[in-house]
Design a binder for this molecule. Structure first.
Ligand code: FAD
Length: 314
């Protein structure tokens, strides 16, 4: 029987973020029809991108600008849209936005939810996600008339599947805020850097960076290729960089294609946050540091000498 799969799209300045395409590829299975739910964007602008990956219906969920910022109203509007289109499986990204929205939808719709999935078997309804700081992988079977999955960014390589899509409007501008959450205005953080959770490449620094000023070398280098900048707990605890940059057991869990670690020893606690990286490259003065044997490539060198050279090359 044909299944209707819904995908909540994440946009950046009206464009479809690259990380959506792996999620759409994952959602594409035998006997499925793919619906993309779009909010607060010009759907005609995203149509070509979505058609390239096999979306068959683009649902333009219309809300007023003020209500677009309200997570409760967004969730309600999406639930209504999902019901109208008989969606039985819903995909969204496990990003900061997805972590705000997907649990609300699952709770309101009384649906099972699995976050941080790296795979979903749509025939058996089994999601694969990491557990216990990445020590084990769990395969979780869920049942229900609606299943909700948060997909780890970069977990799936995007593969195109060209087709054509229709656009349908779904007006939810009549929805009202329930009074619990009233957001008056939303403003982008001007200092916001590349999101670590979504970054394809991450440059990370540890104690070997020696001080906060040297992290500027890391940022300058990373900026050249729009990579994210991360840190070990030592660098954060020393006050060199903010906590939001910490990767590890007690920090952010990241999943880039490439992770380049400068002056980091490779503790188990740090690896807990980045062990799923596609490739690990270490730069360390100590050839016997643990990170060297856990990396795909390593360079025995002083990070502070290598970084300016690398910046020039990039
Ligand atoms: C409960 C708990 C939770 C934790 N959670 C986290 C977490 O989330 N994230 C995290 O990162 N840590 C975490 N830690 C801390 C963790 O155990 C390590 O102490 C920490 O990861 C080490 O950071 P580091 O690699 O920067 O420093 P170090 O282990 O001191 O390593 C520094 C490395 O830099 C190299 N080096 C020095 N100078 C240079 C240079 N000029 N060029 C190149 N290399 C150089 C050295 O050879 C060394 O290998 C946690 C610890 C506990 C107990």
């Amino acid at each position: 029987m044909m299944k209707n799969i819904g995908i909540i799209l994440e946009l950046d300045k009206g464009k479809v973020k690259e990380t959506n395409f792996g999620m759409i590829t994952l959602a594409r299975a035998k006997d499925t029809k793919l619906f993309a739910f779009v909010m607060g964007a010009d759907v005609n602008e995203v149509k070509t991108d979505l058609e390239a990956y096999g979306i068959t219906t683009i649902v333009n969920v219309v809300l007023s600008d003020e209500k677009l910022n309200n997570p409760v109203v967004r969730a309600k509007a999406l639930i209504n849209a999902i019901k109208t289109h008989d969606i039985c499986v819903l995909f969204g990204l496990s990003t900061a936005k997805g972590k705000d929205l997907l649990p609300r939808i699952a709770a309101m719709a009384d649906a099972p939810l699995v976050m941080d999935c790296s795979r979903v078997d749509l025939e058996e309804n089994i999601a694969t996600t990491s557990q216990y700081s990445g020590k084990t992988m769990a395969r979780i079977k869920v049942n229900g008339s609606l299943l909700v999955f948060g997909i780890k960014p970069n977990a799936i390589d995007p593969v195109t599947s060209p087709g054509s899509a229709e656009i349908v409007a779904y007006d939810q501008s009549h929805l009202v805020s329930d009074g619990f959450v009233v957001i008056k205005a939303g403003e982008a953080d001007k200092n916001a850097k590349v999101s670590l959770v979504e970054a394809e490449v991450i440059f990370a620094g540890g104690r070997g960076m020696k001080n906060g000023e040297n992290f500027a070398l890391l940022s300058q280098c990373a900026e050249k290729i729009k990579a994210g900048v991360a840190a070990s707990r030592v660098a954060v605890d020393s006050g060199w960089v903010p906590y939001s940059m910490q990767v590890g057991q007690t920090g952010e869990k990241v999943n880039p294609r490439v992770y380049i670690a400068f002056g980091l020893s490779g503790s188990v606690q740090h690896f807990a946050g980045m062990k799923t990286a596609g490739m690990v490259i270490a730069v360390n003065t100590d050839e016997n540091a643990a990170i060297m044997s856990n990396s795909d490539y390593y360079v025995v060198a002083d990070a502070l000498e290598i970084l300016p050279e690398l910046t020039k090359l990039l």
